[in-house]
Design a binder for this molecule. Structure first.
Ligand SMILES: [Zn+2]
Ligand SMILES: [Zn+2]
Length: 411
């Protein structure tokens, strides 16, 4: 190159510049991002709804990565897996997570498959919001739920969802005849929590298996999802266990719980030492133990979640993980995205609009209004006469859209 430069410069500056561009220069930036007028390639940020998912690609989004304690910056456990074949799967639906889900503006008819690892509220506390909120926001298909049995019927997923549905009687009854009945159906697939690597879902070339986890009581499970030669594993909550190490082998991505350090439990939450040690090392997976599990499974990307990921907590968690694991690692926060192909795994943060609207309806289903219930005559006897202003709205709206619709008071 040196000789070439000398030679080129003898032709004068302009010629040299042209030849520089043609030949390339190892001292110049490699990407063509220097233009004052062209768009720059987007390298570190994912903006929802702006990228195609390629046919061979898996996209994983963290919608909840925090702890059982509520905080605005981190919702509780929830991950979305989107596949290039069009399928989408939710793993856990922890409290607060549906707000992040809404920010992606994915039509709710595509969000009809939910897998629950165990029945702690930080893993299914937003079930009601997904069920009813999703219905209001356009879901016209049944919401399908997979979750484990318990050591007795009332500790299983079926019982939990049936009784949650009962608690929503007033809400759901009032929507009958107003919103599509098909979107109000819940389909619960409860499977044996003791099953080892058992297939619990097999559709469209996607296979999802469950295996036992160790967490508080009998019942919790972890999941693997395999599709198109890619393997994703989600622990939900568990103490390090032999099943995950065995059934997460050859995984491309493993999302495994990793709790806050014992020191932080003492200092931030004022836990007595004995309680901090119990919660931080026995009920949950300590960071160094997380690292041990990753060293035994060697995923292409290890994702640690279930800790408050702050400037003053992350270094402690990271240091402990690195004492036992030196492979690829993501310290999860809410709204990160991993694009996974056989060749590559990219990790980015998501920038999103907070004041989002629901996604536009993609399916319109005729509603059977004959089953609609309304307020009683007694209740309606309290209505004020605002006919004049309402009639004006009807007149303006019908003129604008060329219609002739005048609903009665309860519609
Ligand atoms: Zn838990
Ligand atoms: Zn948890």
């Amino acid at each position: 190159m040196k000789k070439a430069y000398i030679y080129i410069f003898s032709f004068g500056f302009i010629t040299a510049s042209v030849l520089f561009v043609l030949m390339g220069n190892s001292n110049e930036p490699q990407n063509d991002v220097q233009s004052p007028v062209k768009a720059n390639p987007n390298r570190d940020t994912y903006y929802p709804m702006t990228e195609d998912l390629n046919p061979d690609e898996m996209r994983i989004t963290s919608l909840g990565t925090g702890m059982p304690n509520q905080r605005p910056s981190q919702a509780a456990a929830c991950f979305l897996v989107e596949l290039g074949n069009g399928d989408k799967f939710l793993f856990d639906i922890g409290s607060g997570s549906t707000e992040n889900l809404a920010a992606l503006q994915i039509p709710y008819d595509y969000l009809d498959k939910l897998f629950i690892g165990h029945l702690h509220t930080d893993h299914f506390g937003d079930f009601g919001a997904l069920y009813v909120g999703g219905l209001i926001s356009g879901r016209t298909v049944p919401l399908r739920i997979w979750g484990p049995s318990g050591d007795r019927p009332e500790r299983g997923t079926k019982y939990a969802i049936e009784h949650w549905r009962k608690a929503l009687s007033w809400d759901v009854d009032g929507r009958a005849g107003r919103l599509p009945a098909s979107g109000q159906v819940l389909e619960v697939h409860e499977f044996d929590y003791q099953g080892e690597n058992q297939v619990i879902f097999e559709e469209n070339d996607v296979v999802i298996r469950s295996f036992p986890a160790i967490h508080i009581l009998d019942g919790p499970v972890s999941f693997s999802l395999e599709w198109n030669g890619l393997k994703f594993v989600f622990s939900s909550d568990t103490y390090p266990n032999k099943w995950l190490v065995e059934y997460a082998q050859n995984a491309d991505v493993i999302i495994h719980e990793c709790f806050i350090t014992v020191d932080d439990l003492v200092e931030k939450m004022n836990f007595p030492i004995a309680r901090a040690l119990n919660v931080g090392t026995q009920i949950h997976t300590a960071p160094a133990a997380f690292g041990k599990v990753m060293s035994m499974t060697k995923p292409r990307m290890a994702i640690a979640y279930h800790f408050f990921n702050d400037f003053n907590t992350a270094p402690g968690v990271y240091e402990e993980i690195r004492s036992t694991y030196d492979g690829p690692l993501s310290m999860a926060r809410d709204m990160m995205v991993w694009n996974v192909t056989k060749e590559d795994i990219t990790v980015r943060e998501i920038v999103f609009q907070e004041s989002v609207w629901s996604p536009p309806l993609i399916n319109y289903v005729e509603v059977d209004r004959s089953i609609m219930e309304t307020e009683s005559e007694w209740n309606l006897s309290g209505t004020l006469d605002v006919k004049e202003v309402i009639d004006k709205i009807y007149r303006i709206t019908n003129e604008k859209y060329g219609t002739d619709i005048k609903p009665d008071v309860s519609n």
